[in-house]
Design a protein around this ligand. Structure first.
Ligand code: ADP
Length: 490
């Protein structure tokens, strides 16, 4: 099973509608985490390539793309969705090989999510409106606002959901009338490169969507520092988010940041446990825990703690861990050797601090798994709130199971974190639901569900989890400027 797209080697940069060599001529390997084998070599873009891509994006923004009406933009976004649907088997295969996610998951909920997002943004392209304002000082002054696209967007994405992350940046940018330079994560660039070709096939003019692959410190940093980039839309770690803010000062470019988390998932004794067990387990083990809003601090009311955690452990142990391409696989590998080392080091840190493993805790090396980067669902017990494993984002299939006694206590502990992305509450008690929905400091509160997404519902962070919202009708606002017009007809 090898996608036809990989026949065109080596992979290059997609700038101004054409495949071009990186100025440095250098490439790097992209590896299949299920077996450690090199899939392809990817072009290592740098400052010169970013300059070329930004220049192409600027030309397109002021030229061909500016002549598209909202209705025409809507048309090409819908066409792109149609092409992604047509080629979804290939795109999902590229993502699964590149970052390990189970193909079955990508082709089921992943497909729905990717297409739903793009079609949602297509709809928004024709809803961009300004206001007429009754001028408070003059009866002979017409005042109104117009909403204009910001300009050239630098989109920087991580590797945990390459295609959907790319669409979450490109979709609103195109709806608003912006142009894009996309920098995929170095671990998983393949589907983004193929997406660039599909944009052209959809009738989106050359230069509107450019893809520059490369390392974060070179291609990524050059994009964030570029003085002709109007906005950076970033998803990734808070440490890189902080660097991006610093790099943006030169031209005060706008920045939106969707960063990490250490999300609390709270289970009360009165919850429907048959739903809460799989919900909480998949809320942290899904995508091998490589989800920014994963429910990694699982607070369970003490009266059901032992029973509940045993059931979560049994559920976790029953999940089939394996090669993303195997149809039976429910949990794939972590993305890279580096990520495997990082998660294993956190497991050791937890043990050194006095936590105990209730499930998992060691690399899987049995037959068929030894050459990939496989970890089992791992549950820590005996966790104190001040431990590093309870405070820092691990980004692997590792959860801290923490008992609590009262709602006051769990409310305080849930919020005792520097992050604020996701949160979960499992209960049948409506008073607990509304109290915690109000007091939890996080961008999403899922009640009797976890990590559910919808393109029409905003998603984003409080505190170190970032700012700006993706999804929801307000998402396109993040790609627009407001201009006020004053017409004195006295
Ligand atoms: P993760 O830990 O999930 O890999 P990162 O924040 O390190 O998250 O990476 C997310 C994206 O940010 C990737 O595309 C990466 O190449 C890019 N990146 C990393 N460092 C920088 C940087 N200094 N400037 C801009 N982008 C960067």
């Amino acid at each position: 099973m090898r996608p036809a797209f990989l026949g065109q080697a080596p992979k290059q940069l997609f700038i101004d509608g054409k495949w071009v060599q990186p100025a440095s001529g250098e490439t790097f390997e992209t590896v299949n985490p299920s077996n450690g084998q090199v899939i392809a070599r990817i072009a290592a873009g740098g400052t010169q390539d970013i300059n070329d891509a930004v220049a192409a994006a600027r030309r397109a923004f002021e030229g061909s793309w500016s002549r598209f009406t909202p209705y025409e933009r809507q048309g090409v976004i819908l066409k792109l969705a149609e092409l992604i649907d047509r080629d979804f088997d290939e795109l999902s295969l590229l993502d699964s090989m590149d970052m390990g996610a189970p193909l079955s998951r990508l082709r089921g909920p992943g497909r729905k999510r990717a297409l739903g997002r793009l079609r949602f943004y297509a709809g928004l392209a024709t809803t961009i409106i300004g206001h007429t304002i009754e001028n408070s000082a003059s009866r002979e002054m017409l005042t109104y606002t117009v909403r204009e696209p910001i300009g050239v967007i630098g989109a920087i994405i991580p590797w945990n959901a390459p295609l959907t992350s790319a669409l979450w940046k490109i979709g609103p940018a195109l709806a608003a009338g912006c142009t894009v330079v996309l920098k995929p994560a170095e671990q998983a660039s393949l589907s983004c490169l193929r997406l660039a070709e599909l944009c052209m096939e959809a009738g989106i003019p050359a230069g509107v969507v450019n893809v520059v692959t490369g390392l974060g410190e070179s291609a990524g940093a050059a994009l964030t520092q570029h003085l002709d980039v109007d906005k950076i839309a970033f998803t990734g770690s808070h440490l890189v988010g902080q660097k991006i803010i610093q790099a943006s000062v030169g031209n005060l470019k706008r920045v939106t940041l969707e960063l990490g988390g250490k999300s609390p998932d709270i289970v009360f004794a009165d919850a429907d446990l048959d739903k809460a067990v799989p919900g909480a387990a998949m809320g942290v083990f899904g995508n091998t825990g490589q989800v920014c809003c994963a429910g990694t601090r699982l607070f369970v009311e003490r009266s059901i703690y032992d029973e509940f955690i045993e059931r979560v452990a049994n559920f976790g142990n029953s999940l089939v861990v394996g090669d993303g391409l195997d149809p039976k696989t429910q949990i794939g590998p972590v993305v890279s050797q580096e990520q495997l080392d990082r998660v294993l080091s956190y497991i050791q840190i937890g043990l050194d601090e006095g936590a105990t493993t209730i499930a998992g805790g060691a690399r899987l090396t049995e037959e068929g798994l030894s050459s990939g980067y496989f970890l089992p669902p791992t549950i820590f017990g005996n966790v104190r709130d001040d431990m590093r494993v309870a405070r820092e984002e691990i980004f692997g299939p590792v959860v801290c199971a923490i008992p609590f006694d009262t709602i006051d206590e769990v409310e305080r502990r849930a919020n005792a974190t520097q992050f604020g992305l996701g949160s979960g509450v499992w209960t049948r008690d409506v008073t607990k639901v509304h109290r915690l929905a109000k007091t939890i400091k996080a961008g999403s509160v899922w009640v009797n569900c976890y990590n559910v997404m919808d393109p029409a519902v905003p998603f984003g962070g409080y505190k170190l989890s970032g700012y700006g919202r993706e999804g929801g009708v307000e998402h396109v606002d993040e790609y627009l400027n407001t201009k006020s017009v004053w017409v004195n007809y006295a």
